[in-house]
Design a binder for this molecule. Structure first.
Ligand code: SAM
Ligand code: SF4
Length: 342
């Protein structure tokens, strides 16, 4: 067995949270994430197989100190073997302790209605559904597909399967869905969902983001306070990116998260490491392709687990202190969000 160690960097951070992109493909085309067309999918032989994916997750959990594994993409529900990969992950044990890792999924929820129970049975612990509007018309414009009712059905199925608390991620875009912020809060309070608003990041098609136009966390909170009372939630924030608020309208209450990735970056407390669909380690969403290390190529050249662990640790050691979105000279990463795994 590989000697246990942790994925540390030069700035005192240790990665505990692994995000695995299971595919670069998607059945939606959210404007802030993907172009309408012209995006070529990765050829199948370049993507990690199930066995390769599970081998790398096992290495991360059993020998490199990872405690939570989140599956993402592209759309992870498009990976037919998702349930098997979740189940295999849940059979792993953190650093030779009896404890399995926490498993989580970030999804657009298309097709979730049919699979929520199987995913819960496979050992999925947490789910985040992306939904940026409650308006069917706006959803169709925003995702370029008329599928909002599949998302609603997916959310209901996740609640019924006990994948609670179901979190809903909403990216707020200037002039697009900012007027729907209060409707989203209303929807979340009605259904008992934990809503998290996210500042839009420069990761999608380049023409879609301008720092000066951004809807910031401060703007979002001001809108919410037009109708709801907010008070800071008590739970310690730690490395979690969302600032949490208790929210109530006097009758209903819940928790609201706001993720200020651009205006209040949480890079100093970041505990994430990422595996792309083609098996590259990325220490940050905003890394450049030149900083990636292909564990797939090493694996396919016959590398041992110790050699893979060394390469992973080396890639993380070089993690930059921050994403620098607000710095002059910031360069958007070459890969789109859907290719990296959000
Ligand atoms: N397809 C799945 C989904 O939509 O949940 C998983 C992949 S998606 C890339 C992961 C998350 O990234 C989603 O919550 C999505 O809203 C978010 N995202 C995509 N592009 C973004 C951007 N430019 N800024 C902020 N969040 C973004
Ligand atoms: Fe697909 Fe998720 Fe990107 Fe939307 S945000 S296009 S659902 S990968």
């Amino acid at each position: 067995m590989t000697q246990s160690r942790t994925l540390d960097d030069r700035y005192g951070r240790t990665a505990r949270d692994l995000r695995v992109s299971l595919t670069d493909r998607c059945n939606l085309r959210c404007t802030y994430c993907m172009p309408a067309d012209g995006l070529e999918w990765m050829p199948t032989e370049q993507a990690l197989t199930d066995e390769e994916t599970i081998r790398l997750i096992r290495l991360a959990v059993e020998s490199l100190g990872i405690r939570q594994v989140r599956f993402t993409g592209g759309e992870p529900l498009l990976r037919k073997s998702l349930e098997q990969i979740v189940a295999a992950t849940k059979r792993m044990r953190i650093d030779a302790t009896p404890t399995p890792p926490t498993t989580a999924l970030t999804t657009n929820a298309l097709g979730l209605a049919r699979r929520a129970t199987a995913l819960a049975d496979a050992g999925l612990d947490r789910i985040n559904v992306s939904l940026d509007t409650t308006s069917p018309d706006l959803f169709t414009r925003l995702t370029r597909r008329d599928r909002i009712h599949d998302v609603f059905a997916g959310i209901d199925a996740a609640l019924a399967a006990g994948l609670t608390p179901v979190k809903v991620n909403a990216v707020v875009m200037p002039g697009v869905n900012e007027d729907g912020i209060l409707d989203l809060v209303d929807f979340a309070l009605d259904k008992g969902l934990q809503l998290r608003f996210i500042e839009q990041m420069p990761l999608g098609p380049r023409e879609n983001w301008r720092r000066s136009d951004m809807v910031t966390a401060t703007d979002i909170l001001a809108r919410v306070e037009e109708r709801y009372a907010l008070s800071p939630a008590e739970s310690p924030r730690g490395s979690a990116p969302a600032a949490l608020w208790n929210i109530t309208d006097g009758t209903r209450s819940g928790t609201l998260g706001v993720i200020a990735s651009v205006t209040h970056p949480f890079c100093g407390a970041c505990d994430r490491t990422r595996l792309t669909t083609d098996g590259a380690v990325r220490s940050c969403l905003f890394s450049s392709t030149a900083d990636e290390v292909s564990l797939r190529d090493l694996m396919r050249a016959g590398a041992s687990d110790d050699e893979l662990a060394d390469a992973w640790a080396q890639a993380m050691w070089l993690k930059k202190p921050g994403h620098g979105i607000d710095d002059e000279g910031f360069l958007q990463p070459e890969r789109l969000m859907s290719e990296i795994g959000g």
